[in-house]
Design a protein around this ligand. Sequence first.
Ligand code: OAD
Length: 237
Amino acid sequence: MSKNDHIVVLTGAGISVESGLDTFRGNFGLWGQHKVEDIATPEAFATQPELVHKFYNQRRQQLKKVQPNPAHVALATLEKNWPGKITLITQNVDDLHERAGSTQLIHMHGKLSEARCIQSGTVFPCEENLDTDSLCECCQVKGNLRPNIVWFGEYPFGMSEIFTALDQADQFWSIGTSAHVYPAGGFAQHVLMNRKDARMIECNTENSQISHLFPERHEGPASQTVTKLVDSILEEL
Ligand code: OAD
């Protein structure tokens, strides 16, 4: 390890569990309670916008009741104190990383706190509920606002920046993600193909789809494993 290492961190729903947010898969996951095709596709929004808005409104409201946990805080501390570059890529649509203090952050699946006009693509801050009567500020048409979330079949945000970072990664950390969803599920493999000496670390409570790619695994809740990992790496400086 060198103190100039570029550390690329990928986070998933598991990092927000201890803040009180649900994961997608597993026994109590969101995709066990709702069908993905009813909620998280452009087709669902075209045919049942009320249902889609209801799902994301509930999740947006939930953000007001939760706080970043020690794992989010540890990653913000890492960004502040690490002499090399840090790129934090999250699949999460919550705002817990930024509330913990992370600034070098790519929300590849979008953000609950934003709405987007389906005609112009303009993005607006969105703290309150959306519905089919919500008036779009740019085109003044009701129903033109959608959550600024990447749905299945859509291209994630920030991919060019993400692949630039992956191509330079000296360390790749995968935290709280099952790696079921691509392209994020393929990032570890991409790093290994291009940077075969990269330090590969996974933090998860259980095995993911891609655990075999990580010689270094920290099993347990992210609040403990990530905090320990960040402490140890900063102590080595
Ligand atoms: P998943 O629900 O697929 O996986 C959550 C992961 O977190 C699992 O591997 C759990 O073992 C792990 N986990 C649970 N509790 C944890 C804890 N306290 N500490 C550490 N790990 C823990 O969520 P994602 O991998 O984020 O996309 O899902 C990826 C994408 O699938 C989401 O961004 C979403 C979803 O469909 C869209 O909506 C586009």
